[in-house]
Design a protein around this ligand. Sequence first.
Ligand SMILES: [Zn+2]
Length: 500
Amino acid sequence: MENALKIYQDTTKKLKAFHLAMFLHGWDSSTEAPSGCMGFRSLQLGTLSEMFYRTNTNPDYEAAIETLYQSREQLELVMQHEIVEVRKNLIKTKKIPLADYVAYSELMAKVYPIYVEAKQTNNYELYKPYLRQIIDYRIKYLELQKTETMKGYNIFLDEFESGFNIEDYDHFFNTLKERLVPFAKSVAKRKLIYRKAFTKKQFSVEKQKAFAKYLQEVFCFDAKRTVIKESEHPFTTSNGTTDVRITTHYHPDNLASAIFSCIHEMGHGLYELQVNPALDFTQSGGGASMAMHESQSRLMENMIGRSEVFWTTHFHKLQELFPKEFKNTTVHDFVKYVNQVEKSFIRTEADELTYSLHIMIRYEIEKLIFSHKADLDKLPDLWNKLYKKYLGITVINDTTGILQDVHWSQGMFGYFPTYALGSAYAAQIYHAMNKDLNIEKTIQSGTLKDIAQWLSTHVHQYGASKDPKTILKLATGEDFNPNYYVDYLIEKYSKLYEIQ
Ligand SMILES: [Zn+2]
């Protein structure tokens, strides 16, 4: 056991060193690297990933994991959880025949440009045979991975959100169907009246950057351990708790875009920063799950960042930076602008109220695909029918319909539902936090220090050392309950749209 632990810890150190190399490469290639460098670099990356694979599948390491697993009761709690997870992933990896793995990787590389072309030219037929191949591979994968306790689509759901299955998600989405769908339809019929002149103005990127710096202070995004830069698509990446990096994208004609993407990514980043630093040396660092991570970004972006009290506290700073652009604009105009509900075809542009309905549609389709009840020839019709049913809109073409998301072309099924679950976790966590703190008062103080501290104690510190269901229960005192989310949305939008 002593020896096994030593082998495990030594290998963890090596895997962490690989992580550093991949982290720096990933960051660099999205922000700074010249486009011409990728050919040479990809050869070096190939060597690195082969070294990584060998380290990860070293027989001594595997034997050590098995020894530790067999005597896991004697391990401390973090290691107990970690060894179960690491062993689970190793078993899954080994179930895939190498030939399948290689063929699937090749297919993925081939599909991406075809997917892009199909999307650009509104041509589902071009994409369909490849989608069929991807789905066939994924069905084969499910066959390989099935166990006595888990099979089918549940395997994908569990990979993205450990412990969540079809039953859990059905309960969640049925709540949305019953309570949120009719409410969202009644809101979409109404219009928010406010002065819109500022929405047509141009906003200097330099001043937008100055506002991002200001937000960094407000959100306690520690400048000594963080970097904020620009990239095409905003993202967060980290190397432990001492190096957390986010990107944003500035648009001169859309001020809100950079503000909310920056707050969103800082929410992800704050989570990474506040994990217990001792976990940096383990494989239990970072966030607990996809949905738990998304809960932290959406709590900051939507529940705090789009709230009235946030802007009554901070709008003066925007006015100071953009006095001409915001002439004759009140904070109420601005709050309405950042919360208006619009019928949208595109998930990534959806407002806070209807976002999870876009996800619900994808979840229903994925469930049908993996229970062999979806006809791929008619998939766009199914997509359009569900948009009509739940969002009340008529999809005009496949580019803005079924071809809009990259996920399925990359074989990612079971991922979408975590986006909606994250928002629902956020509402439940917010509700619990509001019992301990007066959140509105805290926001008015100008800094979110107390909120960051509460999240650190109740959610962030655990990193991935516990599963998301356990963390949610520790933080909120109860199991997942989707009604907090629907209650929050109905209360917020009833007030905004003056619905009794
Ligand atoms: Zn996110």
